[in-house]
Ligand binder design. Sequence first.
Ligand code: SF4
Length: 290
Amino acid sequence: MKVCIDPNAGVCTGVRRAIRLAEENLESGGEIYALGELIHNRREVERLAGLGLKTIEREQLTGSNAVPAKNILVRTHGIPPQQQDELQRGSMNVIDATCPVVKRLQKKVSEQHLAGCQIVIFGKEHHPEVSGLLGYCDNKAVLIQDEKDFQKIDRKRKTFLLSQTTMPQPAFLALAEKLKAIVKTLEIHDSTCKQINDRYEDIKAFSAQVNVVLFVGGKNSSNSKALYQACKSVNDNSYHVESAEDIDFSWFSQNDIVGVSGGASTPEWQLAKIKNYLESTALKGSSYNN
Ligand code: SF4
């Protein structure tokens, strides 16, 4: 068996920055609470918890049993401005790890809303990034996922259409095209993340070159699920795993080339760990398919 790591895999710049901010602040000795799970990757969250990072939900910051958290780390998805003010009013030190790409989008939404536009977001209800964006337009945006939601849109109003950054670009563009035909004045802002968009073609090319793909990523991450589907679309022998424990050696044959890849929240150390595991277990002679 030969194992290779996808050269284009690894965390995106937003996640890398959030992890770095968490590590730096933990190193300086403070007690840090991430507001919600820092990234959609259980193993990385566990590693950071081992360094002292705690996770807290918004509800735990208020009320008679409120946790006396002083340093709050805002994750890449960002939060509504009202929540940010609330934290600062509560004299909390806010470490803002909102991805700069999301930050720019929040600003854009606010500007367009103040200019009187109807804001239409292609995204998932309750996704934290969407909740954050809604806060930048007084919760007045129309959320759409497919054509069925077009009936919620006021077709006569000047409209600004954008996307949750991690939604698939082809789906956004297809929907935008259809909306163009029915909304009188429509500005289309393709805010799908370029780093994610580029990954789809890269990961398909990588998957097509190997016999088996091990896609490493959180099963609760929509980006990971979509990238895994991209692997599967070109290589049926693709498996989504979170860690080495999920691997079944009957997936492989002795002479296979196994490609290890991952999502935007899968750090390089996890890919290397899977590679080492495969190589060391293969050396011990595991029960291959043949
Ligand atoms: S996927 Fe894109 S928008 Fe999301 S955190 Fe990464 S770089 Fe930022």
